[in-house]
Design a protein around this ligand. Structure first.
Ligand code: PLP
Length: 344
């Protein structure tokens, strides 16, 4: 059996999800007739204390629709320089929506200084784009899944709002942040306008993400989702898994965090690996190996049945539903053997 640590997106639906899919009551979602997706959207909106929610196909689409429903052609979004929207979504908000992305320096804890946000808002000047939106990521995938606490989230959101901006959170893994911090997602996102979160990562659903926000924004999001060709039909089959996830898979994320911590501690004891386990709070474990040895390390691990992600020097392992403590032991053991065989 392979140990697949590439991402929490490799998770497979739980037995309860498979049952829920088989029994899901469905209808044509575009006509508003799918009771299961309607129930999921209502549950998600309640959980976040927002007015409405919309089911979308992926996290990338959730962010794209969130941005396009709050900023138009020639408008500007301020966002972190290593966030997923800026670095890993094919420039979609600019390509498809004509929205200008203005990256701000991200601190090592995943936050962005309030002054940087305020100073980046453009004056009313026809040479400039109109700054409309600020976005940040929680947990921050670029920084080993760093959770951003309520105090820091509120500071960023309120600074942006004071400048008249709307605020979006890429909360692909916001439940990981919530569990790690012991703060509800409702509290964590109290001052933001919209949040995208993924069902198909640590929550283990096969497909789907959700955007929560206010009634006007979600109405606009429905129009944009249609424009993008993603108004789905008997989607209750997928949404049924989302209901199982929100009811029973959130608390379980703590196990992934424990496994990630154990992994980080084990890796830190292997020579030629650089990682500080104190920086691992959720399920993403990033570490460095000697320069340009990353591909060799991952290939050798693959030969031992362990799949990981990474490139030249920085590598990533992700704990998730389907990885247990014994898998972590085997990974640490294999990693030790691989690092011994690497010349550096
Ligand atoms: C922080 C973050 N945002 C958004 C996404 C996009 O999600 P998806 O792969 O469902 O498009 C990811 C995916 O890994 C992510 O890590």
């Amino acid at each position: 059996m392979q140990i697949d640590l590439r991402s929490d997106t490799v998770t497979k639906p739980s037995p309860d999800m498979r049952k829920a899919m088989a029994n899901a009551d469905v209808g044509d979602y575009v006509y508003g007739d799918d009771p299961t997706v309607n129930a999921l959207e209502e549950k998600a909106a309640d959980l976040f204390g927002k007015e409405d929610a919309i089911f979308v196909s992926s996290g990338t689409q959730g962010n794209l629709i969130s941005v396009l429903s709050q900023a138009g052609r020639g408008d500007e979004i301020l966002l972190g320089d290593i966030c997923h929207i800026f670095s890993s979504e094919a420039g979609g908000v600019s390509v498809l929506g004509g929205v200008v992305m203005y990256p701000l320096k991200t601190n090592t804890d995943g936050t962005i200084d309030e002054e940087k946000i305020t100073e980046a808002v453009k004056p009313d000047d026809y040479h400039k784009p109109n700054t409309k939106l600020f976005a940040f990521e929680n947990s921050h995938g670029g920084i080993s899944g760093m959770p951003i606490n309520k105090e820091s989230s509120d500071k960023m959101a309120l600074a942006a709002k004071k400048s008249g901006l709307r605020v979006h959170v890429d909360g692909a893994r916001i439940f990981n942040a919530s569990i790690a911090l012991g703060t509800s997602v409702k509290d964590l996102t109290e001052h933001v306008d919209s949040v995208t979160f993924c069902l198909s990562k640590g929550l283990s659903c096969p497909v789907g993400s959700i955007i929560v926000g206010d009634n006007n924004q979600i109405a606009e999001a429905r129009r944009i989702r249609k424009l993008l060709g993603s108004a789905m039909r008997q989607v209750g089959v997928l949404a049924s898994c989302g209901i199982v996830a929100l009811d029973s898979m959130i608390e379980r994320l703590a196990e992934d965090h424990d496994n990630a911590k154990k992994l980080a501690v084990g890796l830190s004891e292997i020579s030629k690996i650089v990682i500080n386990p104190d920086n691992i709070h959720t399920n993403l474990v990033k570490f460095r190996v000697p320069q340009n040895k990353g591909f060799e390390v991952s290939e050798k691990l693959k030969d031992l049945g362990i799949l990981i992600n990474g490139s030249y020097t920085e590598l990533r392992m992700v704990s998730h539903y389907g990885i247990d403590s014994k898998d972590i032991d085997k990974t640490i053991e294999s990693m030790s053997a691989v690092m011994n065989s690497i010349s550096a």
